[in-house]
Design a protein around this ligand. Structure first.
Ligand code: HEM
Ligand SMILES: *[C@@H]1O[C@H](CO)[C@@H](O)[C@H](O)[C@H]1NC(C)=O
Ligand SMILES: *[C@@H]1O[C@H](CO)[C@@H](O)[C@H](O)[C@H]1NC(C)=O
Length: 300
């Protein structure tokens, strides 16, 4: 993997107030709708896993350009693009043409996690924006919720992340929502699920494919807008919502990591931050590669 020279002080001279421009916009978006913090965090993941953290996810489809927004993992699911537009606009007012959309995603996801009660960290910056996107790569590089443990490990290995990074980053599912279509087969057909959770989720997710597909349920049943280690506590009780979630605690090689994070908020927080920094280092465009997009939705 190309692990390039991102630095925490990249905009120190060229845009010293970039963090002050981003934070209030993230804060007001979360005040308006707490789920938005989760949605923004997920955008960074879905950007980084597809040919690196290069803003490719943010490009809109046009009659002559196919972006990633309609790829299987994103369609009817990835959200928060209007908030990214607002953040980018605030950053452009502060320092026009300086800060990439890829870096906006990195700063935004850090702020979202911290505002929801999670850890804070220094984000590495200096990514540039791609002029291309790949719907095929988006279809193939982001793990689906039907994945088993070996598949999850290999999706992460493909971008240079370890099984431990995979378990720590999955703790993101302590916030946010999933659609019925993402958990239907788990709640109707699986046996390694808490019976009362399965019943509760069935109540708002009809068995028939195509019926109620977009009905939402929280990934963490207790505190879906608070970034804590409840995700792992749920797994210990067979209360993971997605098939892929429960795979982390189903007798395989990752059970001890899940136990550790379920018992220690601080170990989880530490490994999550390390994982986010590693994920943010996936194949960035640096130097004179790519561009600094003016509008995150289209190439300059
Ligand atoms: C380990 C493999 C992963 C799988 C299989 C997976 C799958 C999913 C699925 C299916 C959803 C629900 C989408 C929907 O129904 O609309 C979801 C939501 C979410 N995912 Fe993941 N995910 C994984 C890892 C991650 C990682 C690494 C992050 C962040 C670092 C992340 C952050 C989120 C967040 C925050 C949400 C909620 C989004 C919202 O409410 O808008 N996920 N994920
Ligand atoms: C992505 O997957 C969808 C659904 O299978 C398919 O319609 C689309 O053509 C795929 N895109 C590419 C570029 O392979
Ligand atoms: C449950 O499994 C059966 C047998 O494989 C399948 O026909 C059915 O569609 C599944 N139901 C759901 C809701 O996934």
């Amino acid at each position: 993997m190309a692990r390039a020279q991102l630095t925490t002080d990249f905009y120190c001279n060229s845009c010293p107030n970039v963090f002050k421009a981003v934070l209030p916009v993230v804060r007001s978006a979360i005040e308006k709708e707490a789920r938005m913090g989760a949605s923004l965090l997920r955008l960074f993941f879905h950007d980084c896993f597809v040919n690196g953290c290069d803003g490719s996810l943010l490009l809109d489809d046009t009659p002559t350009f196919t972006g990633e927004k309609n790829a299987v993992p994103n369609k009817n699911s990835a959200r928060g693009f209007e908030v990214i537009d607002q953040i980018k606009a605030a950053v452009e007012r502060e320092c026009p043409g300086v800060v990439s959309c890829a870096d906006v995603l990195a700063i935004t996801s850090r702020d979202a996690v911290h505002l929801l009660g999670g850890p804070n960290w220094d984000v590495k910056l200096g990514r540039r924006d791609t002029r291309t996107a790949s719907q095929a790569a988006a279809n193939n590089s982001i793990p689906p919720p039907t994945s088993n443990l070996n598949q999850l490990i290999s999706f992460f290995q493909n971008v240079g992340l370890s099984a431990k990074d995979m378990v720590a980053l999955s703790g993101s599912h302590t916030i946010g929502q999933a659609r019925c279509t993402s958990f239907r087969s788990r709640v109707y057909n699986e046996t390694n699920i808490d019976a009362s959770l399965a019943q509760t989720r069935k109540n708002n997710c009809p068995r028939t494919n195509g019926v109620g597909d977009n009905n939402l349920a929280p990934l963490d049943l207790q505190t879906p807008t608070y970034f804590d280690n409840n995700y792992y506590k749920n797994l210990l009780q067979r209360k993971g919502l997605l098939h892929s979630d429960q795979q982390l605690y189903n007798g395989g090689s990752t059970v001890s990591i899940v136990r550790t994070y379920g018992e220690s908020q601080s170990t989880f927080a530490n490994d999550f931050v390390n994982g986010m920094i590693k994920m943010g280092d996936i194949k960035p465009l640096t130097g004179s590669k790519g561009e600094i997009r003016k509008n995150c939705r289209s190439v300059n």
